[in-house]
Ligand binder design. Structure first.
Ligand SMILES: *Cc1c(COP(=O)(O)O)cnc(C)c1O
Length: 401
């Protein structure tokens, strides 16, 4: 499953044997993200999708400033979900013209910052229109807005549903006409629509269906829109395989489906750029989490490798980040990756809680104190999505190599 080669028995990350990389970083635990894998992922996706489809990076998946700066050079826009992320994106050199800001609880000051920055705000309530109108008047700049629509359908097969039914995200499609009238009355610069149905989906047919339905919905809403649709964000939700038996997402039908949508849009709304926004799919497979074995214990016949990192740095790998059933992420012993001597072992972290589990009775290269545990598929929702202060252990380091 891993995209990282093994040379002379050792995993290579960013072109470097893992033990040397660990020496370069100077501590464990750490996250390492491979620059070349990020670059390759974007270019592979561009090859698979029709030319002209715009790719946005949803930076909440991995907000490390160096990663955001690298991605900003490769993609067509950055999606932020707070003023904190907005700062990182702008510092990274993202063009404000290509930054959009979504999120259900944008504070007044964040909305003002968005107007002053010149980024596009994905509106998620009637209140946001009023706050933006005030900010626009104060700054003499009309706020750039798109309407985030909570559609009347769901993304089937998605790990996390973020549209359809009652949701805190976006504005229910029934309320969108009222919202659009308010946008017009307030004189805001309307640019289009944003639909995001859900996340971590490995089923191309569901993604195609959601995109097609999103397009139909946007087309219907465009009739009453207070301006031309220049921006049509059809969401994303492209998943990556984590667990045995999961199949990689098939991009071919998605590319074909987007070609059809693109051809229709060229007639229906010729000014519109079609945008896909992805977080995990861009960065998830390009990252590893690395921790060192600090103790090896055998308890009633079961081997425990106790590592210096765990749940507090990598909540998702412990199975506590929204998972219903805990499953092992792909794990290996990075400095012994090709070893023929294997055993069944559990990898646990240093925290005093049984939840701190990185691998539950997995078949792994036999390991000892000092060896390096590697958790793959760790480039998204890792360091920034984990409770680093829990139990007062040292923070992890992140490197882009
Ligand atoms: C979280 C989020 C994303 C990214 O989701 P991934 O599953 O990481 O691709 C994209 N858009 C919005 C609006 C989000 O909230």
């Amino acid at each position: 499953m891993s995209q990282f080669p093994v040379v002379d028995g050792e995993l290579i990350v960013g072109g470097m044997p893992l033990s040397r990389l660990a020496a370069r970083v100077g501590q464990t635990p750490f996250y390492a993200y491979d620059r070349n894998l990020l670059t390759r992922r974007v270019s592979d996706l561009r090859t698979a999708l029709p030319a002209g489809i715009e790719l946005h990076y949803a930076m909440k998946a991995n907000p490390m400033p160096a990663v955001v700066a690298h991605m900003a050079r490769l993609v067509d826009g950055i999606d932020v979900a707070s003023a904190g992320e907005l700062k990182v994106a702008l510092d990274a050199g993202a063009d404000p013209a290509d930054v959009s800001f979504a999120g259900p609880g944008k504070r007044d000051v964040e909305l003002q910052q968005a107007v002053a920055s010149g980024v596009l705000v994905n509106l998620e309530s009637l209140r946001e229109v009023d706050v933006l109108a005030q900010a626009s008047a104060k700054l003499g700049l009309p706020a750039r807005v798109a309407v985030r629509v909570n559609p009347d359908f769901e993304l089937k097969g998605s790990g996390m549903k973020m549209g359809g039914g009652p949701k805190q995200f976006g504005v229910d499609v029934e309320v969108v006409p009222t919202l659009m009238a308010r946008i017009a009355a307030a004189g805001l610069a309307f640019e289009g629509f944003h639909l995001f149905a859900g996340s971590q989906n490995l089923r191309a047919d569901s993604i195609c269906e959601a995109q097609a339905k999103s397009y139909e919905l946007a087309l219907r809403l465009a009739e009453g829109a207070p301006g031309l649709v220049r921006f049509l964000n059809l969401g994303g939700g492209f998943g990556i395989p984590y667990f045995p038996g999961e199949q990689r997402l098939d991009l071919v039908p998605i590319g074909e489906n987007l070609s059809i949508i693109q051809a229709r849009a060229a007639k229906d709304m010729p000014q519109a750029s079609i945008v896909i926004e992805l977080g995990r799919y861009f960065v998830g497979e390009a990252g590893v989490y690395v921790a060192r074995v600090v103790d090896r214990k055998v308890s009633r016949g079961q081997v425990f490798l106790v590592a210096d990192g765990g749940l507090h740095h990598h909540l998702a790998a412990s199975g506590n980040f929204g998972q219903v059933v805990r499953k092992n992420y792909p794990v290996t012993i990075g400095n012994k990756a090709a070893s023929a001597k294997r055993e069944t072992a559990s990898v646990v972290g240093p925290l005093c809680t049984p939840l701190d589990l990185l691998a539950d009775r997995m078949d792994l290269p036999a390991a000892d104190v000092g060896d390096l545990v590697v958790v793959f598929q760790s480039g998204a929702y890792g360091a920034s999505a984990s409770p680093q202060n829990f139990l007062g252990h040292p923070a992890c380091v992140e490197v882009l190599v």
